[in-house]
Design a binder for this molecule. Structure first.
Ligand SMILES: Nc1ncnc2c1ncn2[C@@H]1O[C@H](COP(=O)(O)OP(=O)(O)O)[C@@H](O)[C@H]1O
Ligand SMILES: [Mg+2]
Length: 271
């Protein structure tokens, strides 16, 4: 009923949470299979990347600057396409989506960037509402959904303020609200704390964790080791375009900061 006559076609492959088709829910939300991406003919930016993400997971994607973190995310939201391999989002290969299907993909993906990408001279409400207005959602529903998203990010009642008057941390909260207002299955964040002081960075990380706790899968790209080391999330590292996982969790990953993976049992002390 809510979508009746609104021009929104159901796209069951991508729906999140309670509205998901049970058969879709059984699949990993995201699977990268042999993904390779070249920007230069000689050196691949990503080489044979394999990664499976189950529904509800929280992943850190880390690695030094230039390692390919942003490239990996841009392949998922189809800003780029791979030269080889498949990227399955709820079982569908996003690289092979017809152009007309890309809006449906984006509707099921929330994206947050380091530089917020909010429109300064718009209000907080307008910045969030745009994500629903492009879906032709009825005005009344837009208002309710935006109010709910703003409450979730700690900006309840701030909808009428112009974004340019917000602090950096508040701008990022606004960007997070815009990303989640469509209730995406997957939330991508590319260095979302990169422009924030350490205590604000931790607040924003906590916000992503709260969103994750309600069932949204989160991929959080950051090169900030101090942030990663505060939490025990799954860590995927990129280096020279190759993906490695610290399967032993935080402790085994710590060793990788200073030396290559070895069988040494105390490598966690190296840092
Ligand atoms: N659109 C592009 N055109 C050419 N080279 C690119 C492009 N995007 C990224 N690269 C290159 O790919 C490599 C990985 O970049 P990026 O994914 O931004 O790394 P990270 O986000 O880990 O810092 C870098 O060498 C970068 O110069
Ligand atoms: Mg980057």
């Amino acid at each position: 009923m809510a979508n009746g006559g609104s021009g929104i076609r159901p796209f069951p492959f991508f729906r999140a949470g309670v509205r998901a088709d049970p058969a879709v829910g059984a699949k990993p939300v995201l699977a990268l299979e042999g993904v390779t991406k070249f920007f230069r003919p000689d050196v691949p930016t990503l080489r044979d990347v394999n990664l499976t993400v189950e529904r509800g997971e929280f992943l850190f994607i880390t690695g030094p600057s230039g390692a390919g973190k942003s490239t990996l995310l841009s392949l998922i939201y189809r800003a780029e396409t791979p030269d080889d391999g498949r990227i399955l989002f709820s079982g569908r290969d996003v690289a092979r989506l017809a152009p007309k299907s890309i809006p449906y993909l984006r509707r099921n993906l929330g994206i947050v960037f380091q530089d917020f990408k909010v429109v300064d001279h718009w209000t907080v409400f307008e910045n969030c509402a745009v994500a629903l207005e492009i879906l032709d959602m009825p005005r009344r529903l837009v208002r309710a959904r935006v109010a709910e998203a703003l409450e979730r990010v700690g900006l309840a009642g701030r909808g009428d303020e112009r974004t340019e008057n917000l602090s950096g941390g508040e701008m990022q909260r606004c960007a997070v609200a815009r990303a989640i207002v469509t209730e995406p299955a997957l939330l991508l964040a590319d260095e979302p704390t990169g422009n924030l002081d350490p205590h604000l960075a931790l607040d924003i990380l906590t916000l992503f964790e709260e969103i994750n706790a309600t069932g949204t899968t989160v991929l959080f790209a950051t090169h900030d080791h101090s942030l990663i080391s505060k939490r025990n999330h799954r860590i995927v590292s990129l280096e020279d375009g190759r993906i490695t996982e610290a399967r032993g969790g935080l402790k085994s990953w710590h060793g990788r900061l200073t030396k290559p993976l070895s069988s040494s049992s105390d490598e966690g002390r190296a840092a």
